[in-house]
Design a protein around this ligand. Structure first.
Ligand code: ADP
Ligand code: MG
Length: 296
């Protein structure tokens, strides 16, 4: 493409909400045959709501358990943690005890100290890593939620399961149309997500995405990008989280969600989607292809 064509395309991309940070990003995008999506915050709004709170230990009422979970999550930057704090404030509103020694565990959840107790909040992998087993009853309830696309966060107190919190997200309104448009352009979608298999499969089915890799750690997302590239595919990755950053860097083109996205994701990306309007992606792909056919 000529410098003039590139400048014009970058200008057009800007009016559609894309901030092109790397000069040659659109040239690389024109060759893309695969688009890898993060789930939470990218294909969903990342605005989760707490739909169920279940305390298991007799010494905690539902309210007390909910308040402890919110206290544990108060330093969290993950959409799940933020949602627990936001919904607790709206529904219960009691003050939260301070959280200390906050630690993020990629692909698992968080670890933190509240009232001298070690609190873990996270998924089944986190429980397994810490030798905590689930009762059949809890496991069954969780499975039912997964099949509805919900996320279940388990809370342990000093390695004893204290209960769980169920959250539900909303798929972006134009998601189905977006996937159809990509397929029509011969760009195949793939979902790379840290969430579990059943929740991810439910969301992917609703969107018409047939390729899903669940339970992804940041290094797994990176690994999948490398595997596709090894097969000769030019692959674009779009995501919002810290866990997406290595994959965004490695991808042929990395696109970060500018609104919900973390700074680390934005820094790793070639292009920033400023207002998170993923429905503009087909326009950007078409624009980059047109740019390459413009002859001097
Ligand atoms: P994704 O954004 O693709 O869902 P993440 O790697 O950010 O992936 O998260 C993976 C999983 O780790 C989440 O689905 C959740 O189960 C757990 N998790 C992450 N952060 C938290 C948190 N603050 N509290 C509880 N669980 C968490
Ligand atoms: Mg995400």
């Amino acid at each position: 493409a000529t410098p003039t064509a590139i400048m014009a395309a970058i200008g057009n991309a800007t009016t559609h909400g894309f901030l092109v940070r790397e000069g040659d990003a659109l040239e690389r995008l024109a060759k893309v045959s695969k688009l890898a999506f993060d789930k939470t915050g990218t294909l969903t709004y990342g605005k989760l709501n707490v739909i169920e709170v279940k305390s298991i230990l007799p010494q905690f009422s539902e309210k007390e358990f909910y308040t402890l979970a919110a206290a544990a999550e108060q330093l969290s930057e993950h959409p799940l943690g933020k949602a627990i704090v936001r919904c607790h404030k709206k529904e219960i509103g009691t003050a939260l005890s301070p959280a200390q020694q906050f630690q993020m565990i990629p692909g698992e959840g968080i670890s933190v100290v509240v009232h001298d107790n070690r609190i873990l909040a996270g998924n089944a992998r986190m429980l397994a890593q810490n030798g905590v087993t689930l009762s059949d009853d809890v496991e069954k309830k969780a499975e039912q939620h997964f099949l509805q696309g919900h996320t279940v966060i388990y809370i342990t107190i000093d390695r004893v399961l204290a209960g769980f919190i169920v959250l539900s997200d909303t798929i972006r309104a134009e998601g189905v149309q977006l996937i159809e448009q990509l397929q029509a352009m011969d760009v195949r979608p793939v979902l790379l997500t840290g969430d579990n298999e059943n929740t991810s499969a439910t969301i992917a089915n609703e969107l018409g995405i047939h390729e899903v890799h669940a339970n992804c750690l940041p290094e797994d997302k990176l690994k999948w990008i490398g595997i596709y590239q090894g097969k000769g595919e030019a692959i674009c990755m779009i995501g919002d989280g810290v866990n997406d950053a290595p994959a965004l860097k490695k991808a042929t083109v990395g696109i970060a969600m500018g609104g919900v996205g973390s700074d680390i994701a934005v820094d790793a990306a070639d292009i920033v989607l400023v207002d998170d309007e993923v429905k503009e992606l087909p326009h950007l792909l078409a624009l980059s292809r047109r740019m390459m056919t413009t002859i001097r």
